[in-house]
Write a protein that binds this ligand. Structure first.
Ligand code: TYM
Length: 337
């Protein structure tokens, strides 16, 4: 009797922009899940440099940041031997597919994207077409690999919904072509908030340096940022509506220690906010210390990083070449050489 063959693994795709050091939001909201899922799924992770140029970038800085982001991704535990890791611009199929998909995307759909509205308000002097069509490129990233699952934070949910709509529309128009992907969100921390204004998302682009923890911040900086975190006039550490600052700190503490909200409340009962904030800072710094050490090692080894990028781009290219061929046939293009 022949051995039963194992079902093929489902596929995951996700990406992050190389626009500076990753934040604790990027890490807890997305990259930790990438790491967690890489053994159980066929995983593909990418540094989205094509997306980054929708906002003005200094070219030399972008090149450096892309190398740093790639090293950071590996330092966070993404293993190029277990996952395909590459840089988006090194695989031309993303941009090619994006054009085809843009012809199955409605202007009205793109106009409704909240991130487009936010970013065009913030960069009023550079509301370029790429900023507008950005979600189509993101759909191309995902659909080119026929990903089943996309681990992301809550702020990318609307873009993922659009990718699903584009896939469904294309499939209806041209016949079954793309897998319709699902989002995958962390149980805790799908939306980490600013430490200075807990009604706003924690974001790299925040002008207030204390609002955001970067994963390469040193211990003193991390402790200081948490000490200064905005909370409320109450004293009880408990997760409740209206306590946005404390809820956010509890979410962060829970995410890095694995403790539940009830356990955290019990741990700090009667102690007030001071010791709690200090404990959050300590726990985050301890959690990030190995990532920082690994980053320091990797960034000094450019030859290894370049080799991983090149191999990853080759692997990615071979997957998307097949997908593109199918798409081109479906839409009626003559086979290319
Ligand atoms: P980016 O680079 O802004 O963020 C990378 C990931 O981090 C998550 N994230 C957060 N999660 C929780 N709390 C926060 N405060 C927080 N801030 C950021 C994001 O949700 C994201 O998962 N367009 C994407 C990159 C991209 C992509 C893709 C993602 C390009 N192509 C295809 C998935 C699939 C972006 O700008 O993410």
């Amino acid at each position: 009797m022949s051995e039963p063959t194992a079902a093929p693994k489902k596929r995951i795709f996700s990406a992050i922009q190389p626009t500076g050091v990753f934040t604790l939001g990027n890490y807890i909201g997305a990259i930790r899940n990438w790491h967690k899922l890489q053994d159980d799924f066929d995983s593909i992770y990418c540094i989205a440099d094509l997306h980054a140029i929708t906002v003005l970038q200094e070219p030399a800085e972008l090149r450096k940041n892309t190398m740093r982001a790639f090293a950071l991704m590996l330092a966070c535990g993404i293993d190029p031997k277990r996952s395909i890791t590459f840089v988006q611009s090194q695989n031309p199929h993303h941009a090619e597919l994006s054009w085809v998909l843009s012809c199955s995307t409605m202007f009205g759909e793109l106009s409704r994207m909240t991130q487009f509205k936010d970013k065009s308000a913030r960069h009023a002097d550079n509301i370029n077409a790429g900023l507008f069509t950005y979600p189509v490129l993101m759909a191309a990233d995902i659909l080119a690999y026929n990903a089943d699952l996309v681990p992301i934070g809550a702020d990318q949910k609307q873009h993922l919904e659009l990718a699903r709509n584009i896939a469904q529309r294309f499939n209806q128009r041209y016949g079954e072509t793309f897998t319709v992907p699902d989002g995958y969100f962390p149980e805790q921390g799908a939306r980490l908030m600013s430490l200075q204004d807990p009604t706003k998302k924690m974001s790299k682009s925040d002008e207030n340096a204390n609002a955001c923890v970067y994963i390469l911040d040193d211990k003193d900086t991390i402790l200081r940022k948490f000490k200064r975190a905005v909370t409320d006039s109450d004293t009880e550490v408990c997760y409740k509506e209206g306590k946005d600052g404390i809820n956010n700190l509890m979410t962060i503490y829970g995410a890095v220690t694995g403790k539940t909200m009830d356990e955290i409340t019990a741990e700090f009962a009667g102690q007030g906010y001071g010791p709690f904030k200090e404990a959050v800072g300590e726990a985050v710094a301890d959690h990030l210390a190995p990532v920082q050490a690994e980053y320091a090692r990797l960034i000094a080894d450019k030859a290894y990083l370049t080799q991983c990028m090149t191999e990853g781009a080759g692997q990615a290219f071979r997957i998307t070449r097949k997908a593109l061929q199918k798409v081109y046939r479906r839409v009626g293009f003559i086979d290319r050489l």
